[in-house]
Ligand binder design. Sequence first.
Ligand code: PEP
Ligand code: MG
Length: 598
Amino acid sequence: MTFVVHGLPVARGIAIGRAVLVVSSRIDVAHYFIKPEQIETEIDRVRMARNAVAEELQKLQASVALMGPNDAPHELAALLEVHQMLLQDEVLTGGVKHWIVERLYNAEWALTTQLEVVARQFDEMEDEYLRERKADLEQVVERLLHRMKGTAAVLAPTPPRRKRTAEDDDQDLTAADAFDAPLVLIAHDLSPADMLQFKKSVFAGFVTDVGGRTSHTAIVARSMDIPAVVGARSASQLVRQDDWVIIDGDAGVMIVDPSPIILAEYGFKQRQGDLERGRLSRLRHKPAVTLDGQRVDLLANIEMPEDTLGAVKAGAVGVGLFRSEFLFMGRESHNLARLPDEEEQYQAYRRAVDGMKGMPVTIRTIDVGADKPLDGKSQREEFHLNPALGLRAIRWSLADPAMFLTQLRAILRAAAHGEIHLLIPMLAHVSEIRQTLSLIDFARAELDNRGAVHGNVKLGAMIEIPAAALTLKTFLKYFDFLSIGTNDLIQYTLAIDRADESVAHLYDPAHPAVLRLVADTIAECRRQGKGVSVCGEMAGDVVFTRLLLGLGLRSFSMHPSQILAVKQEVLRADTSKLEGWAQEVLEMENPAAALVRT
Ligand code: PEP
Ligand code: MG
């Protein structure tokens, strides 16, 4: 039966495919695809974990048997017996094997997927006693996951699609179609680290239950340039593995089990989208100059050095924001050192510099915390905190100077190979500015003492806290350029958690207060002849291009996938006509009404 789930649109376009459900478990597990030659190893990992847990349970059973009825109630022995049975159950073990062999999921992912499948069967049972066994199954799976920790395989770079076999051809049509169909990802939530893994994969689109438009999951989705919907509440509960789904990234909806008529309609829309992209791609080599001759820099936001490839391809004239924290994330689940050392970081920054072929690269120092945990669950989930107001970004760096100095040395060394701009996130206090600058000096001195080669960098600060936007003169005294992080600026100006879908309707980039802070920052930088750019999601949203041009902005940094659409807006704009209009918009009670796409 066809049904529709509504969420928030985060990345444009239409995806049609089979659902791959990534379920969240109480234990944080890595999700990645293995290579076909790793299938046996993964199955062995599950087998070994199962044997170890069976032994563990046997020992517990033996010690319970030795206890008197007062020390160990009869129920405990019965419970352990149930756990043993569940552990050996063919539905669990056979299912896990299926996901590993057929879908090339890593063992943990296969296990949590099968847990979800079986748990749903338990949920549907009439018998209350049996329904309650779901909790036992969850405990058994958690034991297995604990046992598997530290035995993860080395990461496979891409999910290889298994070759069709004669056996596949024998199956009914639906199964065969499912095999060839694109895959779309449905999850309760995806950590930024998970997203990075999926970035290297073949998913045609994705949907999450939680998240706001500028949550980091949404940002990585946008950089993958696939249709995506976040904040779809109970999507992961309603969809089953392998369901056919349509993701409409423009409207923010997911259609489950669509009828042939709906499928045909969306197939048409999909082709229209492809045509539009083809048309835009002709602008790739055209310089971004307005009708009145103003040159505009369209820069790329990247998460990994390898993203420079897409940036160059999209015609970016540099990197305006390298979110360096992605180098630091999701390492524990792959048995890597918790933090990348100086050499590893230097190599990564150098790859980004080389990748941009002489164009400038703006590296932002680590911004973890909030909804970007290094590993495991976010503080939000673990401590019920709102970590956006906590130890995050530069606060985190200043709290751990050794870690920060390592990053600074690596960036300064990479600067010997090309033009690097060093960008500091989340500053609000002059004391933080001074501490940061002295640590940069200190890092330079350390390199000098070591005789290590390093280069000069331009220094920039992000304006993403209203306090910073209201003390611009202080910032401009210390920095060469400013970059406006509208994602956080909106969050902190309007007191709206950017990752919380329940207040997403109040997250308003066109709020007059936000526009005023953005306008004043651009104006003050221009007055002082300092560089200014916008690197939040607003820069890549064509609805805002004309307004930002009218406010005097000439440097926009966005996902490579958005560059051509923004360039089209730039080519059609006449800034001499937009200036007066932009000032009028600033005075409006409801500026959104004036902001329409040309
Ligand atoms: C921003 O806040 O606008 C920004 C670009 O930084 P991030 O999205 O990584 O917080
Ligand atoms: Mg930010």
